[in-house]
Design a protein around this ligand. Structure first.
Ligand SMILES: NC(=O)c1ccc[n+]([C@@H]2O[C@H](COP(=O)([O-])OP(=O)(O)OC[C@H]3O[C@@H](n4cnc5c(N)ncnc54)[C@H](O)[C@@H]3O)[C@@H](O)[C@H]2O)c1
Length: 347
């Protein structure tokens, strides 16, 4: 393998990053993988168990930590990274937490991205794949699908920090000629997702016959992508994407939160009476709907999984991995859950 024979994966101990490392190990086992991850509450080294990867614990916003990660790939400063690609997943990712406290989002998502871009430029990294989100478009009216050239209109600190990081990546391609590609995927589901997010939260609560806290009327609509489809798309973008381009990654499955919950409850054999409507998230975007025409026409990529099968498989994964779920919920998760949902669930 000549190109991209080494991958520096940031955030590789988180949900999507760890799934990506699993997919790389299966598809292209000759590739060397170094993971740089701060192991925040959302990162878990256990997600990489059994894989031949080097995990460097560090902060993407700290140039020394980033330097250590590059050293682990076999490159020091001043060049030598011609076959290396950076796949940048690391981020603070939970919208509700960004509403409580935005600064950690600016530190990691904005400053961290710039530190990585600087380090990649100094070392002559071959390609930088920046993982972004369809949330940067803001709320989209019914019947409309957003192509990549649409205006960015983020409405919460998380999506604003992701949009800011995209602008920095774009600026680095124009100003410094970095070979960078940006991806914007829709909502992911699958194994190893931290249980503050909708799908594992609801599976965990329903399995214990606890109420499912649904924001507002539950009619916010999202496009759902299985995490492995997302990872396949990132590999396609890494290998064949156009330098400087941005690609939406849609799952082509549009569902309201209530539709998703009804599906989960049916699979679990639990009653719909577990659904408990709670006070809505401030500024909650009603609908996202990324258009997948570009990635389909340029790279021949479309999602390969159907929602029903892949979501049922996901429910089974959480049922088969209750130890994992218990361990990740034993940290600061319970404090967060109580702080965030305690009062909401009383009304
Ligand atoms: N989850 C989704 O539905 C979704 C959809 C589209 C795009 N994305 C994007 O995909 C990427 C990964 O999302 P995820 O859901 O896997 O997130 P996650 O919260 O599960 O994982 C984030 C990982 O980043 C690490 N991290 C956080 N701050 C760090 C720092 N300063 N330095 C180094 N590592 C740090 C964490 O320890 C964790 O391992 C993010 O960039 C996110 O914006 C997510």
């Amino acid at each position: 393998m000549s190109e991209f024979d080494t991958l520096l994966v940031t955030g590789g101990a988180g949900f999507i990053g760890s799934n990506f490392v699993h997919v790389v190990a299966e598809r292209t086992p000759a590739r060397r993988v170094v993971v740089l991850d701060k192991l925040t509450y959302a990162g878990n080294a256990e997600n990489l168990a059994g894989l031949d990867v080097e995990l460097v614990r560090g902060d993407i916003a700290d140039p020394e930590d980033v330097g250590r990660a590059f050293q682990a790939t076999g490159t020091g400063g001043g060049g030598g990274a011609e076959n290396i690609a950076v796949i940048h997943f690391a981020a603070e990712t939970h919208v509700d937490r960004s509403i409580e406290s935005a600064l950690p989002f600016l530190h990691t998502n904005v400053v961290g991205t710039q530190v990585l871009l600087d380090a990649a430029r100094e070392r002559g990294v071959r390609r930088f794949v920046h993982i972004s989100t369809d949330e940067v478009y803001g709320p989209i009216p019914d019947g409309v699908f957003t192509p990549e050239d649409d205006l960015l209109n983020p409405t919460n600190p998380y999506s604003a920090s992701k949009a800011a990081s995209e602008h920095l990546v774009h600026a680095a391609t124009i100003t410094h000629g970095i070979d960078a590609v940006i991806t914007r995927c829709s909502n992911n589901y699958g194994p190893y997702q931290f249980p503050e997010k909708l799908i594992p939260l609801m599976i965990a609560n329903a399995s214990e016959d606890k109420p499912l806290p649904v924001y507002g009327d539950g009619l916010c609509e999202r496009d759902w992508t299985h995490v492995r489809d997302h990872c396949d798309a990132v590999l396609a973008v890494l290998e064949r994407g156009r330098a400087g381009a941005t690609y939406n990654i849609p799952g082509n499955t549009h569902k309201t939160n209530l539709e998703v919950l009804h599906f989960l409850l049916d699979v679990l054999g639990k009653p719909r009476s577990l659904i408990h409507h709670v006070k809505d998230r401030p500024g909650h975007d009603r609908r996202y709907a990324p258009d997948g025409a570009r990635i389909q026409s340029e790279l021949g990529w479309t999602p390969s999984r159907t929602f029903d099968d892949a979501m049922e498989e996901t429910v089974r994964w959480y049922q088969d991995n209750t130890d994992w779920l218990e361990r990740v919920r034993s940290g600061e998760y319970r404090n967060y859950y109580e702080r965030h949902y305690g009062e909401r669930l009383k009304t």
